[in-house]
Design a protein around this ligand. Structure first.
Ligand code: GAP
Length: 566
């Protein structure tokens, strides 16, 4: 697959709209910021992604592999409510601490996350040597009071650099021109640009504007929307949970929250699952569904939305085994995303630094994808966190329920050979994936341009997630071909229709019909032509190569079974 940096996000978004993958929510009313709907192809793509997660995490976890203890991994599902007793969110820490620091621009009335402010720090070097300029700037940035020359809102410095380079209007606003990105001088360093700033040649180093600078010097920091200082407010904490009221009275006592994550539904049903099923630790509970966060700045298409879908697993284990299980899940989750088509260099597993970890966590990794809008940087698809026993302990404390687990497989061995048992609060490993970000990564990865084809946009989805599995075309709409096509279509639909559309289409030239299927990501088209009526063969045309072959009509189903499993 081609490099994400070469894929134009505007073209991807326009194909998504044109072919019915993603639409703006409430579009006929002008849309609503941070909300997206899926069209027919997008809905099926996301269902295939959700089904793949469900099969490989719940029904046949980890493809039947054994875990660190040598036993097969076991998991069960739950489906929990979006609205829970508000005490759930007090116990989990979301009421008190699920905040983002928010800054307003008083002039433009725009709002953004303080931690998304990236600063362009300027430096020069008499010899025009970027290394000297960089060293000078690095020395200055460590000083809290050092104010950037211009700012950009973005998830990170790489994304900010990409936005600046692509957006001429923004460049004009910020007083920047002739901007070029320089090869990084030190590995992993923030981006270094050579540019003209207000008519003067300079080097700019893009670096997050630190919280300390914003607290004390917000009045001097230039606005990312106008380039002028003096209009930004100091950061204020903003709770991301949406709320509503139950019942008709709508008093403060009736206030409830829309869940910001599916995970807490699992913790609060942990005891019921243990008491009503035969699971025993170690085991996992999975939950999928909508979550809601009132993001300060929804951005980058569906990447940061206000309503999105999560697929989360809480894997409960003995504290002594927890680090081994953490490593097991971290590695499996990376392999899983690779297995559905994110197999190239655009996918990485990033272990968090110690200072990035929550106080209760001994390890967290992110599976990250290089989206066109984050390139050359990466954006998070899934976090795999070692959460210790934090959540169960919090819920036990706040609810009074006894959430400890009595493990009959542990403890001393008694004279009769049985174990004495051990009571403990299980530790938890949490692989938490976002299905909308997953679908977006699949879309970005699949998007391929081949200028040698009459219609150059091709969606090379992995066959498992492709929303259309096959198409059957009569070459012309006469001479008995439509009847044969209908029969083959009905047969393929019976076998493959559970996992995707099987299309048939008799309109337009065959080339145009192939091109439509390429854009929709259909892996194979089968065409009934004059020869079919005499020798019972059909043309099979591959999306990825554009090449055609002939196979017997009664072998089509077996061919497709093999090809889709590939
Ligand atoms: N229970 C842990 C938890 O919710 P998270 O990292 O906040 O962790 C997990 O969320 C995943 O949910 C993320 O990796 C991402 O894929 C997805 N996600 C989070 N916020 C999102 C948003 N605003 N829009 C789309 N997806 C989001």
């Amino acid at each position: 697959m081609s490099d994400a940096t070469t894929k134009p996000m505007d073209d991807i978004m326009s194909l998504c709209k044109r072919r019915g993958f993603v639409y703006q929510a409430s579009e006929i009313y002008g849309g609503i910021n941070g909300f997206w709907d899926y069209g027919p192809l997008g809905a099926q793509l996301k269902k295939n992604l959700r089904d793949a997660w469900w099969e490989d995490m719940i029904m046949n976890p980890c493809w039947g592999r054994t875990g660190p203890g040598g036993e097969r991994v076991r998991c069960v599902p739950v489906e929990t409510c979006i609205i829970q007793n508000p005490k759930v969110w007090e116990a989990s820490g979301h009421v008190g601490g699920f905040n983002d620091p928010m800054v307003d621009d008083k002039e433009t009335k725009q709002r953004f996350r303080a931690d998304h402010l990236q600063g362009g720090y300027l430096g020069s070097s008499p010899a025009g040597d970027p290394a000297l300029a960089l060293a000078q700037m690095q020395g200055q940035i460590t000083k809290v009071e050092h104010i950037p020359a211009f700012t950009i809102t973005a998830g990170g410095p790489d994304e900010a650099a990409a936005i600046l380079l692509a957006d001429r209007k923004l460049q004009k606003l910020l007083g920047v021109s002739d901007a070029n990105i320089l090869p990084s001088i030190s590995p992993g360093a923030a981006p270094l640009l050579q540019l003209t700033y207000r008519g003067q040649p300079a080097f700019a180093f893009i670096f997050p504007v630190s919280g300390a600078v914003q607290e004390h010097a917000h009045a001097q920091i230039p606005s990312p929307f106008t380039g002028k200082a003096g209009s930004l407010t100091a950061p204020r904490q903003f709770n991301l949970m949406f709320f509503t009221y139950t019942g008709a009275t709508a008093t403060e006592n009736d206030k409830v929250y829309l869940r910001p994550e599916t995970a807490q539904g699992i913790f609060v049903q942990f005891k019921n699952v243990v008491d009503t099923t035969r699971v025993r630790v170690p085991f996992g509970i999975g939950n999928t569904g909508r979550s809601f966060r009132n993001e300060v700045t929804p951005r980058n298409f569906t990447f940061r939305s206000r309503e999105f879908e999560q697929a989360e697993l809480e894997f409960f284990c003995h504290p002594d085994d927890s680090f081994e299980w953490y490593k097991f899940w971290r590695d499996f989750r990376m392999e899983w995303w690779q297995s559905i088509g994110l197999a190239g260099e655009n996918l990485i597993l990033r272990e968090h630094e110690k200072d990035e970890l929550s106080h209760y966590s001994t390890g967290t990794s992110d599976v990250e994808y290089r989206f066109p809008f984050t390139a050359p940087g990466f954006g998070e698809l899934e976090g795999i966190a070692h959460r210790g026993n934090y959540d169960l302990t919090q819920h036990a404390k706040h609810s009074g329920a006894k959430l400890e687990y009595f493990d009959t497989d542990r403890g001393e061995t008694l004279p009769n050979g049985a174990k004495k048992g051990e009571r403990y609060m299980p530790h938890c490993i949490e692989p938490a994936a976002g299905l909308d970000r997953g679908a977006l990564a699949l879309i970005c990865e699949a998007y391929t341009r081949d200028e040698s084809r009459p219609s150059p946009e091709i969606m090379k989805f992995h066959p498992r997630v492709a929303p259309i599995k096959a198409a059957v075309f009569p070459l012309v709409n006469k001479d008995g071909m439509p009847e044969v096509a209908d029969r083959l279509h009905a047969d393929l639909f019976k076998r493959f229709g559970r996992t995707g559309f099987v299309e048939t289409d008799a309109k337009q030239s065959i080339g145009k019909r192939y091109a439509r299927m390429d854009e929709a990501g259909c892996p194979f088209c089968f065409t009934i032509d004059g020869d079919t009526l005499t020798d019972q063969t059909v043309t099979v045309r591959s999306r990825d190569t554009g090449l055609q072959d002939r196979i017997a009509i009664d072998k089509v189903s077996a061919f497709l079974t093999d090809a889709l499993l590939a």
